[in-house]
Design a protein around this ligand. Sequence first.
Ligand code: MG
Length: 396
Amino acid sequence: MRADEMSSTEAIAKVETFIISIPRDVPYLGALRAGESINERGYFVRKGNRSVYPRTDMSVLVKVTSRSGAVGWGETYGIVAPGAVTEIIGDLLGPIMVGRDPRDPGVLHEDLYDLMRVRGFFGGYYVDALAGVDIAVWDLAAKLAGVPLARLLGGIRETKIPAYVSGLPKPTLPERVAMAQDWIARGFDAVKFASAVADDGDVAEIAALRASLGPKPKIMCDMHWKWTALQAIKLIDAMDRHDLYFAEAPCQPEDIDGQAQVAASVRTSVALGEEWRTAYEYRPRFIRRCMDIVQPEMGHTGVTEFMKIARMAEAFHCKVIPHASIGIGIFQAASLHAAAALPNVPYHEYQHSIFDKNLRYVSGDMRCQAGFFHLPTGIGHGVEPTADVWQHVVKR
Ligand code: MG
């Protein structure tokens, strides 16, 4: 560490975390199905994809403060067991960050990644923790430079980013179709349905959507990692008779051979990647041509890794359609800045049932209207928690 970093008034003085749990009327992906129930920790398992979800909107916020009092805000994926990331940040990463210069976010990220790599911590909760602090440090760096975050990532290519509507959280297919029609009427041109709650099957779902929406809107399916490669190939071919824009997550996340087989066998674009956190996890999939579209999740990757993955995608002639998860909007803002700086982003995922409800918890002019996200203006990533957030802080 350089001596001038230690004496800088902008050196990092404090790193804090906050677990947030915001109630919601209807669970993420829609009402509970038969046999699904909420446990004493507020979690439930979706039978459709055997995955655990929180009943509330859970997230972890990260606040990095410099000696002069300048603040950067980050957020990481905290939907279950959020105490794992707050412990990693509180006990390990935060104390090591104190005294470092926040104007070197990429260098700091590499140094923090190196701390645990030889012990095998190069994914999972460790990288989620890194993502949260990385977003906060990039926000602080951009604020200290007096520029929007996208300017530090290569420049602002777009201030309006096309949004696709993700999920139709209604209990019956006719209601989901009506909801899709409503979004199209509001100026959106792409809708994704979720296999885990497509009770009549994925083919019936896309057939009904296509029949009602007509030929123009794009329709995507999140297949929720449910299928073997051969099952997925048949199912994607059947869905593509109704013109499927992309097939997301057809096979289990570890199945590189299956992913490659599916991508080579169908005429539909395959989209993968929301669960991977680093360029190292993407690399073998790029080499095997497992996908046409990558879906990095800013809450898992942080800014530094997101940009590495996206630039790698560019080199492999893949598109980037960033994932959007449960959060209050801070990693969403960072993701929009990254998207705004990139040449290969046809859409950004729009989790309308989370994004709109939680907009009151962040400041700034970030919004999604008539088919487009608007890049938040101002310096840094452009959003900060509002006073309303603090009533939803949990102690665990
Ligand atoms: Mg998905």
